[in-house]
Design a protein around this ligand. Structure first.
Ligand code: CMC
Length: 434
């Protein structure tokens, strides 16, 4: 264990019997009370649905201080990485723990670039989907299917094979994402272009058609690269925890990432940007905002301000500030500067930030508040928003999975429960049941 065990400990007293619980400290952030031996000692479990007070692992990858609005990858603030670096540099950092040297960066970029093509049989696999399939459904299936194509990178006990699997996923998942999009709009797949950088190549695979020359807009490609960096990792969120739990049984890494994609799809997680955009469209004009805010505050309605609030951030999500900046850059470039939706978003943000309901509950804009408008202006349809999130988050999932598999203390994830069902009763023959 790398965490420091404190000299202080916690004492839990139940029915006059006391249990000493060790306390560990990380590098920064709150200490944790170690309850690992509590059941053996006391016969009791702890209860924490939604894991609001539970740390599930030790990790050296990402640090969040939700109260201060801080996000760091391997100690580097997200603001600096998004402003000064590029997405593949962040990938290297998340995977290997340090920023690359110039030579390491060039080698890594070439490695990812040279693995972007997927097996040609994949295109036949796609033909089995309905034309109107949601691209996230296609992603869950096609990323899981990679397990059937790359047997030489699935021995998880071999660090070299783990590395090959990681590179393959970072490189090929964007290709599958673009294929998922092309398939649903009935256009031919566009092969990757190795001379382009990561984001530009992705844009070309999504937007080029064989009958026309496609020139990548560098402003949009740079903004997309920044969006990928902002979404690259976010410590033990729902989809990452899903990947870790799936991987803790020793399951195939491609299948574990497919599980993460499935979890990301939900509207409380990666699907929120799609929901936020729908909400802005429904509000329509600035004068309708007070009516909408009243609905959000009404306890009898289930309406939420999408793109607001976060389980961890009780302050402005640092990614939201950078996303707002990227949004302005993209809208200026695409000529949507006076977009009504942007006007609604900005006014909504202003009103919500000064409203007591939101202040009391510490609800601030999260990364999804501006990402929908930005991606829409770039030309992506709403159904692709969460797919883009998955493309970016792949590196975070893979880094966390790799860290877990490489940890000698790793165990299968197996929570317990508070059983509230029927107590033991005897089987009644069907003829005798009322
Ligand atoms: N609009 C209105 N009220 C809200 C909102 C919201 N977006 N979010 C939370 N609340 C209220 C909630 O009604 C509750 O009020 P009360 O105490 O009066 O009952 C209080 O705030 C606490 O809410 P909670 O649901 O217990 O908080 P949580 O930590 O379980 O939920 C959340 C976090 C992100 C699921 C939630 O804030 C939410 O549903 N937000 C909208 C969806 C969204 O934008 N999700 C993207 C998250 S960031 C990207 C990602 O991680 O994928």
């Amino acid at each position: 264990m790398d965490a420091k065990t404190n000299t202080k400990s916690a004492t839990l007293t139940v029915d006059g019997k006391s249990f000493e619980l060790p306390i560990h400290s990380g590098t920064v952030g709150p200490d944790v009370i170690d309850i690992g031996k509590l059941y053996a000692q006391s016969g009791m479990f702890t209860y924490d649905p939604g894991f609001t007070s539970t740390g599930s692992c030790q990790s050296k990858i990402t640090y969040i201080d939700g109260d201060a609005g801080i996000l760091e990858y391997r100690g580097y603030p997200i603001e600096q990485l998004a402003e000064k670096g590029d997405f593949l540099e962040t990938c290297y950092l998340l995977l290997y723990g340090e920023l690359p040297t110039k030579a390491q960066k060039a080698k890594f970029d070439a490695l990812v670039t040279n693995h972007t093509m997927v097996h040609d049989q994949m295109s036949r696999f796609f033909q089995g989907f309905r034309r109107d399939a949601h691209p996230m459904a296609v992603m869950v299936a096609s990323v899981g299917a990679l397990a059937a194509f790359y047997h030489d990178s699935t021995d998880i006990n071999d660090p070299k094979q783990r590395d090959i699997a990681s590179i393959r996923m970072i490189a090929k998942i964007p290709t599958l994402a673009a294929m998922a999009y092309k398939y649903t709009i009935g256009q031919p797949f566009v092969y990757p272009t190795n001379s382009l950088d990561f984001a530009a190549n992705f844009m070309k695979m999504c937007f080029a058609v064989p009958c026309e020359e496609y020139k990548v807009n560098p402003v949009l490609a740079k903004a997309l690269d920044k969006i990928f960096t902002l979404h690259a990792d976010h410590e033990q969120n729902a989809s990452t925890s899903t990947v870790r739990i799936a991987g803790s049984s020793g399951a195939n890494p491609f299948a574990c990432i497919a599980a993460g994609i499935a979890c990301l799809w939900g509207p409380a997680h990666g699907g929120a940007n799609e929901a936020a955009l729908q909400m802005l469209a429904e509000i329509g004009t600035v004068d309708k905002i007070p009516e909408f805010i009243a609905k959000v505050k009404d306890k009898n309605s289930s309406v939420r301000l999408m793109g607001f609030g976060h389980r961890v951030y009780k302050n402005y999500d640092p990614r939201a500030k950078l996303m707002q900046q990227a949004c302005h850059e993209v809208l200026k470039e695409t000529g949507h500067g006076g977009d009504e939706m942007l006007a609604v978003a900005m006014e909504l943000e202003k009103i919500a930030l000064s409203d007591q309901y939101f202040i009391d509950r510490k609800l601030y804009p999260n990364v999804d508040f501006y990402s929908g408008i930005t991606l829409k202006a770039m030309g992506f349809p709403t159904s692709m928003f969460t797919v883009l999130f998955a493309v970016a988050r792949t590196v975070g999932w893979i880094s966390q999975w790799s860290e877990m598999i490489g940890d000698p203390q790793q165990k299968i994830g197996r929570p317990r429960q508070l059983y509230t069902g029927a107590a033991r009763r005897d089987y009644v023959d069907i003829a005798k049941r009322a």
